[in-house]
Design a protein around this ligand. Structure first.
Ligand SMILES: Cc1ncc(COP(=O)(O)O)c(C=O)c1O
Length: 360
């Protein structure tokens, strides 16, 4: 029997998106990502915790949801090509969808500020990459200028089509759970995703698909927390390079979303981010990149501060795959033991790691 297969977020949510019958759908079948119940973290903090694994999207991050809409609409408008500034994931996604559409793609990144895996993806998809000696925020301003100068469509999250597509993460969460959760935690960088999530939950609420709205908790890295500190951070610092942003483009919309939902912004230290990443990988079986783990780090912190009401359902959005930023792990991991090719040597190495042989 042939099974109906998933055909991407545009086909799934066409009636709620700015798509008409003439729009050429550029898709890699993004979306429909796993919503996985926590194995250990939830029972540890005595809350019903779920992970929305956005690293399972085609290019390994949530950006694909907005990109399929933005690139499809760019094609419909006979765009000459697309351009974005990026801390890595937008670049990887834009270049993949542009390749799929047969459109040129230009990416402007902060030099040295993008994880190797993301840069490899972007180059592999054939994008023109310009690395500027500056911050992401400077790359953003230069991108806006270059978009006009070269008549390219900007596919950063200031493009409303990106936001439209990214709402689908909220819709999928509700469609799977049958209702909105109490709380959604997610990392915040340029603040497009939190803006989109709120818009998505509100849209479902307005259509009576859900009957309550969740609180949105936006997590920033302590050295790059403009929304927590209420000021631009000229030189943001954190090992979570995806959210190393000091002046978010959707600042006001994000502040409005957090406030209207009854949520807040929090800052978490890099050490808390790494610990959350370790928990996810070792105990939950989910490999998320550091920025992604910031959402869980924040939930753990709120719980430790007694600010997580009991009995709540918490969804943590894990925005990107851990393989994208392997360096963030490899620095912390011991290299595997190298032994001669004998079963004695292999057994000794296994025993040394704490395993015992059968019958012993
Ligand atoms: C993995 C990851 N998480 C979170 C974010 C932050 O998303 P936003 O910029 O929409 O706030 C980004 C942005 O690049 C990202 O790549």
């Amino acid at each position: 029997m042939r099974r109906e297969h998933w055909r991407g977020i545009i086909e799934a949510y066409r009636h709620l998106l700015p798509i008409d019958p003439q729009t050429p759908v550029i898709t890699l079948f993004e979306g429909n990502t796993p919503l996985v119940a926590s194995r250990t973290v939830g029972s540890r903090i005595k809350r019903d915790v779920w992970f929305k694994v956005e690293g399972a999207n085609p290019t390994g991050s949530f950006k694909d949801r907005g990109m399929t809409v933005a690139v499809s609409r760019a094609m419909q408008a006979s765009s000459r090509g697309v351009i974005c500034a990026s801390t890595g994931n937008t670049a990887a996604s834009a270049s993949a969808y542009a390749a799929r559409a047969g459109l040129p793609c230009v990416v402007i990144v902060p030099a040295g500020g993008v994880a190797a895996g993301k840069l490899v993806q972007t180059l592999a998809h054939g994008a023109t990459v310009v690395a500027v000696d500056g911050t992401f925020d400077q790359a953003g301003a230069l991108t806006r200028k270059a978009a006009v100068q070269f008549d390219l469509t900007s596919v950063n999250s200031i493009n409303p089509d990106r936001i439209h597509g990214q709402q689908t993460v909220a819709w999928e969460i509700c469609d799977t759970m049958g209702e909105a959760p109490d709380l959604v935690a997610l990392p915040v960088g340029n603040a497009g995703n939190i803006t989109a999530l709120w818009q998505g939950f509100q849209a479902y609420h307005g259509r009576d698909v859900i009957h309550r709205l969740p609180r949105l908790i936006g997590m920033q890295a302590a050295g790059a927390a403009p929304l927590v500190e209420g000021r631009v951070i000229p030189e943001p610092r954190t090992l979570a390079s995806a959210i190393r942003i000091g002046n978010p483009a959707s600042w006001q919309k994000a502040v409005d979303a957090a406030k209207a939902s009854g949520g807040v912004f929090h800052a978490v230290d890099d050490s808390e981010i790494l610990e959350a990443q370790r928990l996810l990988a070792e105990e939950e079986g989910v490999f998320a990149e550091p920025a992604s783990a910031a959402g869980l780090a924040g939930v753990m912190r709120l719980w430790a501060m007694n600010r997580l009401p009991p009995g709540e359902t918490v969804v943590v959005v894990l925005t990107g795959h851990g393989l994208k930023d392997a360096d963030a792990w490899s620095a912390r991991l011991p290299l595997p033991a190298r032994v001669p090719p004998t079963s004695e040597a292999v057994a000794a190495a296994i025993e040394q790691a704490g395993h015992s042989e059968r019958g012993r």
